[in-house]
Design a protein around this ligand. Sequence first.
Ligand code: XMP
Length: 319
Amino acid sequence: DWTMAGYRDEAIRKIREQVGDAKVICGLSGGVDSSVAAVLIHEAIGDQLTCVFVDHGLLRKGEAEQVVSMFRDHYNIPLVHADESERFLTALEGLDDPEQKRKTIGRLFIDVFQEHANAVGGAEFLAQGTLYPDVIESVSFSGGPSVTIKSHHNVGGLPAKMGLKLVEPLRELFKDEVRQLGRELGLPESFIGRHPFPGPGLAIRCPGVVTREKLAILREADAVFIDQIRRHGLYDEIWQAFAAILPMRTVGVMGDGRTYDYALALRAVTSVDGMTADYYPFTHEFLGETATRIINEVRGVNRVFYDCTSKPPGTIELE
Ligand code: XMP
């Protein structure tokens, strides 16, 4: 009968069979999926694997440091920390269409991985933490006609253009199964329980154009929101929670002055697999306290909304 330990051994066998003695690079995003994929592949092929953590300038507060220390210090897995933020942010300048933003980011990821594949002496494979729902949702909307909802940058024919072959050991798994597999591989619970974070990062939490100013505001606001959720003991009940900065400014009053600042949307959902989701029913006290904290602690924000849309009809991310 089926066990996660059995799945792990089988996955390791398949990776060895597929890869042989070739080199593999793995794009690490800091999320659970790519981390589990990296640790699994490292067990299978050891130092034939190099992980590349691309800092695209669209990460959350403290994220790069956390990922680098976990992989270098705890796992001893060779890790390249590629600071490519200038390149990504420059390419995104002026773009406001969600698909254009996603495709631009996806294209740059290809370029960066290609460069690193060459740099490690000719990697033949690119490993990704693609899950089953990623495969389904980027191809067609469940059951319906074939319509692309969003171009996930980590799915599809990208590596074909790169001349790299794909290693996707999680392609048949759902999120809860990936977490089980992560436990099987000994990843720390604090990492396994992390909320998902999308490859395009904060770019898709800035509807409209992405600017450095908006990203800086978003990082601070998101950190306060997550801190509130942790303080109230709600983190593990929630599938994913984040702040998005809206492409509008509104008038407010602070002390005896007028303000004209950004509005934020907070989003928190429960879900089993990310394919459907319900908005999280925070209490009014929680929402009021969180809005007050964000407006007091984050410069540049004077209004906070809570998004009460479930999926469908909304998606989890705003873009
Ligand atoms: P949506 O917004 O489509 O998101 O309801 C479902 C889940 O997928 C995450 N997501 C992504 N993950 N690359 C990723 O690795 C992407 O391009 C991407 N877009 C959305 C989202 O955060 C949620 O967990």
